[in-house]
Design a protein around this ligand. Structure first.
Ligand code: NDP
Length: 315
């Protein structure tokens, strides 16, 4: 039986750059947890960190990165850093990215993602809600995700990011984006919820055809890692003598996606970057989980009429 090994796999982006197949997620961690987690991850062999303006932890992430680079003499180019454009910044991506870079204390990021295909009225509030508790959004006709992406395209030439991409896009939305004559840069990545209970085979096939790398967020099912309770995953893990998390993450890597496990626990951080080979039968058994126990964990309520994941949704 082979033991899990630190994952050194990278995937080629449509820019020609390589993206490491495992990255550390940083959502829902406090500044202190986040600093320690990023430092622990970089010391455990991670070269890829995922953050976002809305996580409120870019400064802590950046401090850990810079301290690590200084302590170890590692060149900045050895790391792959992603941050994301929050929806209130839809009309001024250049300003937003410059502010993110200032918080991160970096000259550039490797990937800048449009966080959601939704525009929120610009203002001081990061997440304004209406009287029913729904997140406020701008009408599609006034400003939409294609307008936002157009504003992100110049950011590469400005040297602020090496690549741009999207997040939470369905196939119809990607099609709409790519069919717009003013879109000249195919997104390098689409970051979406993806794990054994939500394999999204069609979206993965479509993105692969379009040369868009899929990044799996919530690869363990988010807070509390509910995906790891699945009996098929548990039995494969037991047979191979590894933790269920290793199976879920190795499956994502085997499918040529990027996995972004979040942890603030040093032991888990270290183990999450280790993957194992899966047999064709094991991959097949894991594929069935999404059919038998489908589950989406991240589905925020954007306005009263919007379901960002419904293909029929005109937004
Ligand atoms: P994950 O699927 O990574 O799960 C995180 C949870 O699993 C935490 O409770 C963590 O606890 C626990 N955990 C981590 N490792 C293990 C392990 N080996 N065994 C058991 N439990 C474990 O959830 P996230 O939703 O955080 O997704 C990952 C990342 O993806 C985010 O952090 C963020 O960077 C990105 N993301 C992007 C989104 C987008 O819209 N683009 C949306 C959501 C996430 P503990 O910390 O205590 O170890």
């Amino acid at each position: 039986m082979s033991a899990p090994k630190i994952c050194s796999k990278t995937l080629k982006l449509n820019t020609g750059a390589q993206i490491p197949a495992v990255g550390l997620g940083t959502w829902k961690s406090t500044d202190e947890e986040c600093y320690d987690a990023v430092m622990a991850a970089l010391k455990s062999g991670y070269t890829h960190i995922d953050t976002a303006r809305i996580y409120g932890n870019e400064a802590a992430v950046g401090k850990a990165i810079n301290d690590f680079l200084k302590e170890t003499g590692t060149p900045r180019e050895k790391l792959f850093i992603t941050t994301k454009l929050w929806c209130i910044d839809c009309k001024h991506p250049e300003k937003a990215l410059k502010e993110s870079l200032a918080r991160l204390n970096l000259n550039y990021v490797d990937l800048y993602l449009q966080h959601w295909p939704v525009a929120i009225p610009p203002g001081d509030e990061l997440m304004p809600t209406d009287e029913n508790g729904f997140r406020k959004v701008l009408p599609f006709e006034e400003w939409n995700y294609i307008d936002t992406y157009k504003g992100m395209q110049p950011l590469i030439e400005l040297g602020l990011t090496k690549a741009i991409g999207i997040s939470n896009y369905t196939i119809p939305k990607i099609e709409k984006l790519l069919n717009d004559p003013e879109i000249t840069i195919v997104p390098a990545c689409n970051q979406v919820e993806m794990h054994p209970c939500l394999p999204q085979d069609d979206l993965l096939t479509y993105c692969t055809e379009k040369n868009i790398v899929v990044q799996c967020y919530s690869p363990l099912g988010s807070t509390g890692a509910p995906v790891l309770e699945n009996e098929t995953l548990k039995s494969i893990a037991e047979k191979k003598g590894v933790a269920p998390a290793c199976i879920a993450l190795s499956w994502g890597v085997a499918r040529n996606t990027v996995v972004l496990p979040k942890s603030v626990n040093p032991k888990r951080i270290a183990s999450n970057v280790e993957v194992i080979d899966l047999s064709a039968e094991e991959v097949k058994a894991i594929e069935k989980i999404g059919v038998e126990s489908p589950r989406r964990v991240c589905d925020p309520k954007w306005g009263t009429k919007i379901n960002v994941f419904a293909d029929s949704d005109r937004y």
